[in-house]
Design a protein. Sequence first.
Lengths: 104, 240
Amino acid sequence: MKVPEDIKALDEKIAKAKLSKQQQEGEDNKHSDFSHLATGLRLGVELASGTIVGAAIGYTLDEMFDFKYIMLLIFTIFGGCAGMLNAYRYIKSINNTEEKQGRE
Amino acid sequence: MSNPMEQFEIKKIIPIEVGGYDIGFTNSSLCMVLAATLVVSIFAFCLRKRTLVPGVAQNIPESIYEFIYKIVLDNVGKDGLKYFSFIFTLSLFIASGNVLGLFPYSFTFTSHLAAVGALSIFALLFNMAVGIKKKKWGYLRTFMPRGIPWPLAPLIIPIETISLLSKPFSLTVRLVANMTVGHIMLKIIAGFVAALGLLGVVPLFFDGCIIAFELFIAVLQAYIYTILSCIYLSDALHYH
């Protein structure tokens, strides 16, 4: 059976559109590499900032009440825990969004 | 080569002192005023002829508005739209400050911990106020989430408090570090242009590329700041 010209042209158009979509998806994957880098950087900042804020609170308490660096020790540990908690919550939120996107 | 840190020096323009406190008008304050004026005047200029079908000029503020509106809607939800104007102002101020800092002879106020830190602390206080207004005493649950046994309170309460306080800190450090590093890099490479003579074309080319990249970073960091403020606002409104 002979295929009419306009149908052939339509076929070509569809094939082209599919190809460009595949290329677009490839580029999106490249973007996700950047977003992994951003995730890693944010986790690092999150961990460090918890510890620094904890240490700052401990130091201030020591200065105010003259605890001889006990508070600095305790609050640095608390700060480290808080940093890990923030990092954990961040990872959990990423997982939740990915699951949501997967379901959609 | 001149000192690359010189560009972050705060210079007093109008010295003012009230009750022993130095509240002088500095180059940093001037740039903040400029950034705010710039945004307001661009918006006022572009929106002078308001039509139902937007023209090219009207499209610019409208697309920025819709972009940030969508961020608030996606990250905070419908009840967060009440606070849209706050997020909108914050993100435009930071974005314009970042971009303004890239112009020669200007000053990047977003590269100073004090300026961005004050903004972040203000945002944290705002979020706390919003949370307390919505949940009243229930807001205290933020420091002691449901389902945790009471004997653990002495451990959990300080950890949750530090976790809350470290949020504006991480927000600030991220923006300040990005801005500072970019500007130092630009200045160091620009120093090579003069030192290498004719061969200085190579670092000049690099500097051009970095300026374009920095422009991208300036907008990206403002975007990240906006998204994170939205997430923290959402935490204050919905968490626990």
